[in-house]
Design a protein around this ligand. Structure first.
Ligand SMILES: NC(=O)c1ccc[n+]([C@@H]2O[C@H](COP(=O)([O-])OP(=O)(O)OC[C@H]3O[C@@H](n4cnc5c(N)ncnc54)[C@H](OP(=O)(O)O)[C@@H]3O)[C@@H](O)[C@H]2O)c1
Length: 248
């Protein structure tokens, strides 16, 4: 997948090689996984169009989305996104699975879900995949039986049901060193407010969505102060910009 790199140097890059060089797990500390977030946005800042993010991205965005998945030991997603984006097995391509194994990862990332209400959309195809391991962080009493996937519920008391606690458990209890959050906006805002994000991969699509009902890539209370970003790279293809930012 050859893309035009604008920053840091103007030249042609093999994007999947760039992603393979990320080695996200090497940046983890003992407290939590190294955490990167991936979003696509319209040029007017919308993270969805007609209810989903699918129309915003193009084939290159899809390849980068899957390429990033290939790099992560675990993938975190909110229940809102699970409900609308029809999540299924995370890595279905046999070649990608082989590459994960060669890189010392499991063939499938651990899928992670957080919920306060316990209303988990287990009808999403992900929960019917026997090969998937899914951990759900939720309130006391939450049980999710009858799924073909291997589902483990971690019950946290309401006062302890923070993303910080979930991340600590992922690192200490599940041995996860690299985590990719695929949204949605509410979950991303929660991660930001608990200062749990290391990097943001943002596709800026050359499209306008209009309207004011769809969220941006964040949703919820404003942060107490602006979170500064450092641009690490900017890639371009077909008018789409693929931006990699470091938080801070
Ligand atoms: N453009 C993109 O790249 C992109 C990516 C992802 C999603 N989206 C779009 O975003 C929209 C969905 O947005 P959303 O904000 O509703 O989705 P979301 O962030 O995926 O889900 C929100 C839900 O996740 C759970 N949650 C979030 N933060 C939590 C926390 N700190 N602790 C415990 N649980 C937490 C809660 O579940 P409970 O209600 O169960 O308690 C909350 O209602 C869809 O239109 C989707 O297409 C776009």
């Amino acid at each position: 997948l050859e893309l035009h790199q604008l920053i840091p140097e103007d030249h042609t890059v093999e994007a999947l090689d760039l992603l393979a060089g990320l080695r996200l797990e090497q940046h983890a500390d003992e407290q939590r996984p190294y955490t990167v977030v991936n979003f696509v946005s319209s040029a007017d800042g919308r993270a969805a169009f007609h209810g989903g993010s699918g129309p915003l991205g193009d084939e290159t965005d899809r390849q980068l989305f899957l390429g990033l998945r290939e790099q992560a030991e675990a993938v975190l997603v909110g229940t809102g996104t699970l409900r609308v984006e029809r999540y299924r097995r995370l890595v279905s391509d046999p070649e990608r699975r082989r590459r994960r194994i060669r890189a010392g990862r499991s063939p499938e990332p651990l899928a992670c879900v957080v919920t306060r209400t316990g209303d988990v959309p287990t009808e999403a195809p992900l929960f019917s995949e026997p090969e998937m391991r899914i951990v759900v962080f939720g309130p006391p009493g939450l049980e999710l039986g009858g799924c073909e996937a291997q589902v483990e519920v971690v019950q946290l008391d309401p006062g302890e049901l923070t993303l910080t606690a979930a991340m600590r458990r992922l690192r200490g209890g599940f041995g996860i060193r690299s985590l990719l959050c695929e949204g949605g906006p509410t979950l991303f805002s929660g991660l930001l407010s608990e200062r749990l994000v290391d990097e943001l991969f943002l596709t800026l699509a050359p499209k306008l969505a209009g309207g004011d009902s769809a969220p941006g890539i964040t949703s919820g209370p404003e942060l107490p102060e602006l979170a500064p970003l450092t641009l690490v790279w900017a890639l371009e293809d077909g008018g789409s910009l693929y931006l990699r930012y470091r938080l801070g």
